[in-house]
Design a protein around this ligand. Structure first.
Ligand SMILES: N=CN[C@@H](CCC(=O)O)C(=O)O
Ligand SMILES: [Zn+2]
Length: 403
């Protein structure tokens, strides 16, 4: 993670060519680029972007977000500042249930238009690929509505979304953990399966559960995750955030692709994540806002666990900017800047099954990159909340994003 390859240490600047499929075709000196362009015989119009001495880094891959919701929870922020814990707010009817009620009331059109606004802001802050969860519907109609919003292909907002079904985000009022588990396994997942058979919701790639004491315990979490696996989804879930309950041990056993949070992970959990290759998606803004002891990032890295980063953008932790997330990760979790960049690009790409195609500037990969205007790439992390000044261009699939 610390071994970032700088492609041109020499004084000569670099040329990057992208092919018509939006993949990196060439990265090297200018004469080689010119030769390739004149010999390729490609009659398509060529657009040349002069980065004016800028620095290219891979586009950020946000490994964990909840970007579709209605309303806000600014009043709860005040309660938390006054000392209430996340679970106290939730148990008083706030938290996820508050947002669920608002999201159920909102129309699909309203949710879509809000999501598009957020997606534009994410792109402007350098995120080119996003893991994004449902989970503020918690019944069949509202969960399907959220998934349809996440499935929208909108060429004017070229943010690539790997959607995650998170119907087990909370147990709604009037229902029990067992009833919600049954509804998810017997009604919701079959509905997703049948939509997929019809060619819809094709980007619903992952299954998630808020595996937490007094939310979904390990046994029901496992049931839901395994049912999701049967439906072809990769396991990517919330584990050991507030209390240790053995979620990681279960996740490693069933072959989870990724687990998030991990503030309370056990020594055995670290060992199992390392041997199973499951990605640890760390969420520094959440630990910061909830004043939790951050997860043991150094121990995870030291034990060979693949560490990724996510914004966890949601109404509890309202931050979608990956530069800010990397800054938090460096300061509160003791990552170095190269480690934070790797975690926010290549490793988070791996956490959503895109580790071979996204997350790095390399021939054949998706040409998703960000051009910075600074005298070294580290400025994107160093300057707090100033990424707007540092980011000059965002490029997704080879196209300069204009949003
Ligand atoms: N912990 C569970 N889910 C979210 C919070 C969602 C919410 O509070 O609305 C998280 O990852 O932090
Ligand atoms: Zn989350």
């Amino acid at each position: 993670m610390s071994n970032i390859k700088i492609l041109n240490d020499a004084s000569e600047s670099l040329a990057i060519l992208v092919d018509s499929k939006g993949k990196f075709a060439y990265i090297g000196d200018h004469s080689g680029a010119e030769e390739l362009m004149s010999s390729s015989g490609d009659s398509e119009a060529v657009r040349i972007l002069d980065s004016n001495g800028g620095i290219a880094i891979p586009g950020f891959v946000d490994g964990h977000s909840h970007p579709v919701f209605a309303g806000d929870r600014v009043h709860e922020f005040a309660m938390k500042l006054a000392g209430a814990t996340y679970m106290e707010v939730q148990q008083a009817g706030g938290g996820i249930m508050f947002t669920t009620n608002k999201t159920r009331e909102a129309s699909e059109k309203e949710l879509r238009s809000d999501f598009e606004e957020i997606a534009k802001k994410m792109l402007r802050s350098g995120t080119t690929t996003l893991e994004a969860k449902s989970g503020y519907g918690l019944n069949v109609d509202a969960e399907m509505k959220m998934l349809r919003v996440l499935a929208t292909e909108n060429p004017s907002i070229p943010l690539e979304v790997s959607a995650t079904f998170c119907g087990a985000h909370a147990v709604p009022k009037g229902s029990t953990e067992a009833e919600q588990t049954r509804m998810i396994c017997d009604e919701l997942i079959p509905q997703i399966e049948s939509e997929k058979k019809m060619g819809n919701l094709t980007n619903v790639e992952n299954i998630d559960v808020f595996c937490e004491k007094d939310v979904f315990e390990v046994e029901s979490s496992q049931k839901i995750l395994k049912r999701g696996q049967e439906a072809g989804m990769a396991v990517n879930f919330h584990a050991e955030e507030l209390k240790y309950i053995g979620g990681v041990e279960m996740g490693a056993r069933i072959g989870a692709r990724a687990m998030s949070h991990l503030e309370e992970i056990s020594e055995e959990g670290i060992r199992l994540m390392s041997s199973s290759g499951s990605v640890a998606v760390l969420l520094p803004s959440t630990a910061f806002i909830l004043r939790l002891t951050p997860p043991p990032a150094r121990k995870l890295i030291g034990n060979g666990v693949i560490v990724a980063l996510g914004s966890d953008f949601n109404p509890n932790a309202y931050c979608f900017a990956m530069p800010m997330i990397m800054h938090f990760a460096c300061v509160t979790m003791k990552l170095s800047m190269p480690e934070a960049l790797t975690a926010a690009t290549l490793n988070s790409a791996h956490s959503i099954g895109r580790g071979k195609t996204h997350g790095a500037i390399a021939k054949g990969r998706n040409a998703d990159f960000v051009i910075l205007s600074a005298n070294s790439w580290e400025h994107i992390i160093y300057r707090i909340a100033a990424h707007d000044d540092v980011i000059r261009h965002v490029i997704k699939n080879g196209n300069v994003v204009e949003v």
